[in-house]
Design a protein around this ligand. Structure first.
Ligand code: SF4
Length: 226
C-alpha cells in the first residue's frame, strides 16, 4: 500500500508497521512554508524576544488591509517537511517558535508542534481563530478578524487577544471580542500599520479609559527588521 496524501492537510500517511498503533501512522508531514527566519518578535506579549518564525501559506480570511496577501494561495509555497523546518530552527540559539501565516490553522499542526517541543522549543501561534485549533501550544495569540470571525474554542484557549485597529469602529468591536475571552487573557490593541498615525490617538484614549487593554506596536517595522 502506497502513501496517502490527505487532501489539504499536508499529511502523508502510510501503513503501520509498529505495535501498538492504529492502522495508519504519520510517516512524514509536509506543510507549505512561505518563509521561515530567525528574528525578534516585534509585537504582543513576547515583544523583544528572539524567535524562529514559520510563516505558513494559505489564508481564506480575506482582510482588505492584509500586508501578507502573497501568503493567501496555499499552492504558491513549497512544501517542507516538519523535520526540515525544525532542523533549520535548531541552527539558532533561541528556543521560541512562532507559527504564523497566512492562517496557520488551515493546517493540522500537531506534528509540527510535537517536533518543535521535542527539540526543546516553546510554541506560540498567531491565528485568527477561524479554523479548529490543532497542535500543542505554550501560548496562543488570537487576532480575530471581522472578515471571518473566530470559532468559540479560540476564545476559550486564547492567552492573548490582539485586535488590529483599522478604524474607529474596531475599538467597539474589540470590546465585543474581549467579552468572549477568559479573565486571564491579555488584551492588546494594535494599530494597523498604514493607519497608525490616525488610529494611535484613539487607541491611547481608549486604553486610558479602559485600562484592561495594553498597546501593542509592530516594533519590528519601526526598527526595520523582518
Ligand atoms: S488573517 Fe492574517 S494573513 Fe489572513 S488575510 Fe487577515 S491579515 Fe492577512
Amino acid at each position: 500500500m502506497g502513501s496517502l496524501n490527505v487532501a489539504g492537510m499536508g499529511f502523508f500517511l502510510g501503513p503501520c508497521t509498529a505495535r501498538p498503533c492504529r492502522s495508519f501512522v504519520a510517516m512524514s508531514v509536509a506543510l507549505p512554508v512561505m518563509e521561515a527566519f530567525y528574528t525578534v518578535q516585534g509585537e504582543g506579549r513576547y515583544t523583544g524576544q528572539a524567535a524562529y518564525f514559520v510563516r505558513l501559506g494559505g489564508c481564506d480570511v480575506g482582510c482588505t488591509w492584509c500586508d501578507v496577501k502573497e501568503s493567501w494561495d496555499v499552492h504558491a509555497h513549497p512544501l517542507r517537511t516538519v523535520e526540515d523546518i525544525v532542523r533549520d530552527a535548531q541552527h539558532h540559539p533561541g528556543r521560541l517558535a512562532v507559527i504564523t501565516g497566512g492562517e496557520p490553522l488551515m493546517h493540522q499542526l500537531g506534528p509540527l508542534t510535537a517536533a518543535f517541543i521535542q527539540a526543546g522549543f516553546r510554541t506560540n501561534i498567531e491565528t485568527s481563530g477561524s479554523h479548529p485549533l490543532s497542535g500543542e501550544w505554550h501560548h496562543v495569540c488570537l487576532s480575530p478578524k471581522k472578515f471571518k470571525q473566530p470559532l468559540p474554542q479560540a476564545y476559550e484557549r486564547a492567552d492573548e487577544l490582539k485586535v488590529i485597529v483599522y478604524n474607529k469602529h474596531d475599538l467597539k468591536w474589540a470590546e465585543e471580542q474581549a467579552a468572549q475571552v477568559t479573565a486571564g487573557c491579555t488584551l492588546y490593541l494594535q494599530p494597523e500599520w498604514s493607519k497608525r498615525e490616525e488610529m494611535m490617538p484613539l487607541i491611547v484614549e481608549h486604553v486610558k479609559a479602559h485600562p484592561r487593554w495594553t498597546i501593542s506596536l509592530q516594533t519590528h517595522k519601526y526598527l526595520n527588521i523582518p
